[in-house]
Ligand binder design. Structure first.
Ligand code: ADP
Ligand code: MG
Length: 372
């Protein structure tokens, strides 16, 4: 995609999208409702005109190629099955239209049904199926067409939570098995994190950041990405800068303690307000060893999830943060606690939302643990 924009009348809903997707990649478009995910996907599919810019697949410009000739198959949230046809016929329909011969169709349908574990249901009609089975048929119909690119638009949103997790795993396996190029749209950051080779974070019709799940988690380039990726979301606390130089930025924590953060100080001056970002899982109750900074607060609400504990902590200076502790946490309502964290988990954002980059030394130190 090169400089792709989309306008409805005067309203520009997508701005200057630039993206290369490699053969066989699993790319997830993620962002809040209304940010333009479906519009972008529908432009790839040819269901929406591209107002400006170029879309190519296999080095062929696709802007004016009709949907059926683009070599793509799309799976929608609403399944879009033909109610009066059996599963077999639903899955065979596209190939039949394309003029394929019976034995070829039969092999394609049975193969897709087997991959998706619905081969015993082929004579049923959609209304005799559960939601999860229907979604499999919709995916099976895409598989039979052997597309160059699979497009999925929130395909799991209508399923219950347990089934969603199961289908997510099956789609990951399917991607490995088919070695296919897949673009997947979701508003759910967990789906994005678990499924994607690369995530494209969209907001208000523009790309906020593109990267692998862990790149986005570790080095969000702005406050939007920092808050969107990760669950529960990153805590944000406004802080004052007391000094900024080549060694980093020194901030005053809630309660007054100073903390020197090894982040590039470009343009930041003493007296500026920045936003400190720390994830709930990087905050420790009662600031154990290894904490570089601590501040005090009072537990307002505790959520015991069994395996983990989420404490909502009110800070003396106002504002609430979330702390993710172990399942054994003894946190209780009304308790005064000290919260600590390591400086390598501290993110700093300017007022315009941009993250301060890591200093070289800090980047090397945090890259040191073997990841592979
Ligand atoms: P998402 O899939 O991320 O929830 P959409 O791509 O559906 O978002 O919509 C992106 C924006 O484009 C929204 O602001 C929406 O109102 C607008 N939009 C979508 N379709 C149309 C249309 N046919 N006419 C005018 N505006 C539209
Ligand atoms: Mg949508």
């Amino acid at each position: 995609m090169r400089n792709i924009s989309k306008r409805y009348d005067d309203n520009e809903v997508m701005r200057n999208i630039n993206l290369d997707i490699a053969d066989g990649e699993f790319v997830v478009f993620v962002g809040p409702s209304g940010c333009g995910k479906s519009t972008l996907m529908r432009m790839i599919a040819g269901l929406e005109d591209i107002s400006s810019g170029d879309l190519s697949i296999d080095a062929m410009r696709m802007n004016d190629v009709p949907p059926a000739k683009r070599g793509i198959a799309m799976v929608f949230q609403s399944y879009a099955l033909y109610p009066h046809m059996t599963l077999y016929d639903n899955m065979a329909f596209g190939l039949k239209l394309a003029g394929a011969k019976k034995p070829e169709i039969d092999q394609a349908v049975r193969n897709a049904a087997k991959i998706l574990h619905i081969d015993h249901l082929l004579e049923r009609k959609p209304k005799q199926l559960s939601g999860g089975q229907r979604q499999r048929v919709a995916i099976g119909r895409a598989i039979t067409r052997k597309p160059k690119v699979f497009l999925f638009d929130e395909p799991l949103s209508n399923l219950d939570a347990a089934l969603r997790v199961q289908m997510r795993l099956e789609l990951i396996k399917l991607h490995k098995q088919l070695n296919a190029t897949m673009i997947y749209v979701t508003h759910d950051q967990t789906e994005a994190m678990t499924m994607a080779d690369r995530i494209v974070v969209l907001n208000h019709g523009a790309v906020e950041q593109i990267g692998s799940p862990l790149e986005l988690y570790r080095n969000p380039r702005n406050r939007f990405v920092a808050g969107f990726i990760g669950s529960p979301k990153m805590n944000f606390i406004d802080v004052q800068v007391s000094a900024a130089d080549g060694a980093g930025v020194t901030i005053a924590l809630p309660g007054g303690a100073a903390l020197s953060v090894p982040r590039a100080s470009d343009g930041v001056r003493a007296g500026d307000t920045l936003t400190l970002g720390v994830r709930p899982e990087h905050l420790m109750e009662n600031g154990a060893d290894g904490c570089d900074a601590r501040f005090a607060g009072e537990v307002i609400v505790v959520e015991h999830l069994g395996g983990e504990t989420l404490s909502h902590v009110g800070l003396a200076g106002g504002g609430t943060i979330q702390v993710k502790g172990s399942g054994e946490s003894a946190a209780a309502d009304g308790q005064r606690i000290e919260v600590g964290f390591s400086v390598r988990h501290a993110h700093l954002f300017r007022q315009d939302g941009l993250a301060l980059g890591a200093l070289r030394e800090a980047a090397q130190a945090s890259a040191a643990p073997a990841e592979n």
